[in-house]
Ligand binder design. Structure first.
Ligand code: MRU
Length: 355
């Protein structure tokens, strides 16, 4: 399995996703500031991977803290969390991970500092293991939804590289292929950052899963020609009503799928569910540098001074979504009730946020 990220004694080690597919290189971040900049620069990306990277960043920052007492450690903890929280605003897994590390930190407040440091490292490592298990469970729940043969369109990269391993949308595809289904993946290249061509195509070819790369504007034609039997994507944040924020271009694909009567599935762990956000209109959408649009691989492709929009994500209204696949099972409309129920199976005895 591709090691997207891992804890090492020397720091948090990432496969450098900005260098793929031409170079398979690894970087080790030796401080929480370096982890924050790896997230911002998309050395590591994908909502679940960002969450676990942030948890490891917190563990690293606290391990290296010079705090001599609990009050000073609290101060360091708050500062480290603030720095990591400011990296990417849409991926809710980032805030979920920070909240989980904070809960752990608070539970440990009476413990000696070396014990707190060790326990936070253990917690971050546990999150990595749990993420892979969640993806494998999602794979089992979702594989049955895919046809026994045919073309599956995906957008961006919701694979091993976007998680700690196996993937969400690509995990479902992997599980379906492992169960004997004869699938052919169509990967949208995903302008402007090209996660589809650079990352999805790379990881599927590595697994020998038949893959065809298309540019984003070809998706409609592929559907019209009958080449696509289902669409499956990941999510950066799912609002309480089932609206899905995901990589820019996802909404277009969902509308096209509806027009062609093709099911549009979303695969995401419950850590991507944001019950505090009632609907997609409230999801903060990250705006990225215009250079991602005006340049490709460092080469300028637009005139100097042209105005540019670069929202990194869009929102697909829940009415376009045939099902949301989670590690706890599959939610179908009406999503408000179905998602709440899944949340409650994961968090027995707790009141859902926003209730
Ligand atoms: O900007 P990115 O590459 O972090 O965006 C990633 C996506 O949009 C993924 O589809 C999403 O995070 C789900 S990853 C399992």
């Amino acid at each position: 399995m591709i090691k997207t990220l891992e804890w090492t004694d020397g720091g948090v080690r990432f496969i450098d996703q900005t260098k793929l597919p031409t170079e398979e290189t690894y970087v080790t971040c030796k401080s929480y500031e370096e982890v924050a900049s790896a997230i911002r620069l998309m050395v590591v990306r994908g909502a679940p991977a960002i969450g676990v990277a942030a948890a490891m960043g917190i563990a690293l920052g606290i391990r290296d803290s010079q705090a001599a007492n609990q009050a000073a450690l609290n101060c360091d903890f708050d500062h480290i969390c603030d720095v990591l929280a400011a990296t990417r605003p849409t991926a809710v897994n980032l805030f979920w991970a920070i909240r989980r590390m904070r809960t752990k930190f608070e539970q440990l407040s009476a413990q000696p500092i070396p014990e707190v440091q060790q326990q936070l490292i253990t917690e971050a490592q546990r999150m990595l293991v749990e993420d892979i298990a969640a993806n494998e469970a999602m794979g089992k729940h979702g594989a049955v939804l895919l046809p026994s043969s045919g073309g599956i369109l995906t957008h961006c990269n919701a694979g091993a590289l976007a998680t700690c391993g196996y993937g969400t949308a690509l995990g479902v595809i992997r599980a379906a292929v492992e169960s004997g289904k004869k699938l052919h993946v169509f990967a949208d290249e995903t302008r402007p950052f090209l996660q589809g061509s650079r990352l999805t195509a790379w990881e599927l070819l590595k697994d020998d899963i038949p893959t065809t790369l298309i540019s984003d504007n070809m998706a409609g034609a592929m559907m019209q020609q009958g080449k696509i039997d289902a669409v499956i994507v990941g999510a950066d944040r799912i609002a309480a009503n089932g609206d899905v924020a995901n990589k820019i271009g996802t909404y277009t694909v969902a509308v096209l799928a509806k027009e062609h009567g093709i099911p549009f599935y979303v695969a995401a762990p419950l850590s991507t569910l944001d019950l505090e956000t009632p609907d997609g209109s409230r999801v903060p959408i990250e705006q990225r540098a215009s250079k991602e649009v005006t340049h490709i691989a460092g080469k300028q492709i637009a005139p100097d001074g042209v105005k540019v929009e670069n929202p990194a994500f869009d929102v697909t209204p829940h009415r376009y979504v045939a099902a949301i696949i989670t590690e706890r099972g599959v939610a179908r409309a009406p999503y408000t009730e179905a998602l709440r129920e899944l949340w409650e199976t994961e968090n027995a005895g707790l009141d859902p946020p926003g209730s």
